[in-house]
Design a protein. Structure first.
Length: 272
């Protein structure tokens, strides 16, 4: 009888130790998972697709944002608005889109790629004719592009680069489009157009006023004649498939605040 009692006690003790061990192991696993979640949740990576003409101001805005939101790391993808639009529609990783024209944002809205009620118009820009500062020819107007003064004019590709679309509007309304096309070289975005004029690879080019303002190697020869193109408005929106909607919304709110407006104005943009 005593032997049976001892056996029962041993069995109960073993069971108790097994249960206690499992419980400790489960608690340890839970603690580890909790710690991991906390680490992963501490940092946010925000992917922002933005028109090339916004490169400089966006980088400075990101630096300012980092001061108040050190947990957010902003990854930029700069390029032509058309190329960025296509990348987004093809499943590219983006949380927020800043376009240099309404057309590309309209396309994303039609295809259902924008998060509801996040689209807003932010900025206004203008189109200008630029020439190299050193060795510039006597080019003073858009009409001069059709003269013997110009052999090569740098333009944005009109199918996907907004500045190229605006340029064609100007030339079409001035009824000189065919003459200009015969001399045109087309860049993949506005910064490539700027670089070609800076390097003297083109006699002149059409860029935004803000791009001309950041360069020490070019000067503005003329502004596009009034009424020759649609208003140049920069819209922005959070994307529907964003993995960081809250962070994207917060950054969009930040760039819309008065302090950010001053920075946009510093770079030559007019705030909407």
């Amino acid at each position: 009888m005593n032997k049976k009692l001892v056996m029962v006690c041993l069995a109960i003790g073993a069971a108790f130790m097994l249960l206690t061990g499992c419980g400790s192991q489960q608690a340890a696993s839970s603690g580890s998972a909790s710690s991991s979640a906390k680490t992963d949740g501490g940092k946010v990576e925000l992917h922002v697709s933005a028109a090339a003409s916004l490169t400089d101001v966006m980088k400075e805005l990101a630096e300012n944002y980092k001061k108040v939101h050190p947990e957010v790391e902003i990854k930029f993808n700069f390029g032509s608005s058309g190329a960025l639009q296509q990348a987004i529609q093809n499943g590219g990783d983006a949380d927020l889109f800043f376009s240099a024209a309404q057309k590309q944002m309209d396309e994303l809205e039609k295809s259902g790629d924008l998060a509801a009620d996040t689209r807003k118009d932010l900025l206004i820009n203008e189109v200008v004719l630029i020439v190299p500062k050193d060795g510039a020819k006597d080019i003073k107007s858009f009409e001069d592009i059709t003269s013997d003064k110009v052999i090569r004019v740098a333009l944005g590709e009109p199918k996907g680069v907004p500045v190229g679309q605006y340029s064609e509007e100007v030339f079409n309304n001035m009824k000189i489009l065919d003459q200009v096309k015969a001399k045109a070289v087309y860049g993949s975005d506005v910064r490539q157009v700027l670089a070609w004029v800076e390097n003297g690879e083109a006699d002149c080019g059409i860029v935004y006023a803000t791009d001309a303002a950041i360069s020490q190697k070019v000067m503005v020869a003329a502004k596009a004649p009034a009424g020759t193109h649609n208003p140049i408005i920069y819209p922005a929106a959070v994307l529907k498939d964003s993995k960081q909607k809250e962070a994207a919304t917060e950054f969009l709110k930040f760039v819309s605040e008065p302090e950010s407006a001053k920075l946009f104005q510093k770079y030559g943009f007019e705030v909407k």
